[in-house]
Design a binder for this molecule. Structure first.
Ligand code: SF4
Length: 350
């Protein structure tokens, strides 16, 4: 047996031991997480097999969908280097203040039709004014009345205790507030606020009983050590949902020339996150289409159990019916309210 084969088998053996460990309820180490990021790409199907076993054990065979609306676009004074909505960068995007309540309620209806069970009201800016929170609370109350099947979420940046309480009282379900990257790399991505500022808002959300959706963006020039740190930071934060975004370099931002991640590398990031956070709802959101192209099934095979459908904040997403067909092709259970419709619609796509 040639040494190469020995090495590869050694890789497989080690991965299977790690999988057994996680399935039996134990945690993997940082070294083991790094091992996943360095796993040989020619054996990626073995990684998918193991990640799928963990997803099925802890998350079952369901897939969840969410959708968002960019409710206030492009008016942010912060300097996040990946973000087209910062007024610091010359980007060609629409810029507008908070949308009217009925427009956002209509977007929630459309999200429900696309199969989403959660709908995120997203505003650009470091944090909302009290007046904006008042209007967003109205949106949440109207959505709960007029689109009863969907959970209204709010992603508004930094919040005060009072604002968080108002949102909770209005019926907000979850709030997304990402750490974006590792504590070490954060100052390289943003200087106008800190990693600690982000942790403070996450704490306020938790203390006010709002479900935390907290994740990251891979592919911004961070190292593999940073990627492992991100997964273990999220383990510590213990959010309900972990969204994984991949950098889709926006023209005009400082990260515009960063190459798009290779699907192998991106898939290993998802699997590493699944091994480190086996019981979490792991969502793949922004950058999914540009990174995985016609390998969208890798996103689920690598360990995710949730997709953002429809458009992103400033870039288009693929046709949501393709996501229905993708989920059905992998024998996943879709959100109840679209199961029948999806079978019919996807019949033509599969
Ligand atoms: S705070 Fe949010 S909206 Fe503002 S630049 Fe950063 S990511 Fe973009």
């Amino acid at each position: 047996m040639n040494p190469q084969t020995l090495v590869k088998d050694g890789y497989e053996q080690k991965l299977k031991e790690m999988t057994k460990k996680v399935l039996e309820g134990s945690e993997i180490t940082r070294e083991e997480a790094m091992f996943i990021l360095n796993f040989p790409s020619e054996k990626i199907e073995v990684l998918f097999e193991c990640a799928t076993m963990i997803r099925e054990k802890f998350r079952g065979n369901k897939i969840d969908f969410c959708a968002i609306v960019n409710a206030k676009s492009g008016l942010c004074p912060e300097d996040c280097k990946f973000c087209a909505q910062s007024t610091k960068w010359k980007t060609k995007i629409q810029r507008y203040p908070l949308l009217p309540v009925e427009v956002v309620v209509q977007k929630a209806r459309e999200a429900y039709e696309m199969g989403a069970t959660k709908f995120g009201i997203v505003t650009s800016g470091r944090g909302p004014t009290d007046k904006e929170v008042e209007i967003i609370c109205e949106m949440i109350i109207e959505i709960r009345k007029k689109v009863p099947g969907i959970e209204p979420d709010a992603t508004l940046g930094e919040l005060t205790e009072k604002q968080a309480q108002k949102l909770k009282d209005a019926g907000v379900s979850h709030s997304n507030h990402n750490i974006e990257t590792s504590p070490r790399y954060f100052p390289k991505i943003c200087q106008t606020h800190t990693y600690e500022d982000r942790l403070r808002t996450i704490k306020i959300l938790k203390e006010n009983g709002i479900g935390v959706c907290c994740g990251c963006i891979f592919g911004m020039g961070e190292t593999n050590e940073d990627r492992v740190d991100i997964a273990f930071e999220l383990k510590k934060i213990d959010p309900k949902i972990i969204p994984i975004n991949f950098l889709n370099p926006r023209p005009g931002t400082p990260l515009e020339s960063i190459p798009v991640m290779h699907p192998d590398e991106a898939a290993k990031c998802i699997s590493m996150m699944r091994f480190v956070n086996p019981s979490k709802q792991i969502k793949v959101a922004g950058g999914r289409e540009v990174v995985f192209g016609d390998k969208q099934d890798w996103v689920i095979k690598a360990g995710a159990d949730d997709l953002m459908v429809g458009n992103y904040l400033t870039t288009p997403g693929q046709d949501y019916k393709k996501d229905w067909a993708l989920a059905l092709s992998l024998n996943l259970e879709l959100p109840e309210h679209i199961r029948e419709k999806a079978q019919i619609v996807s019949g033509n796509l599969l």
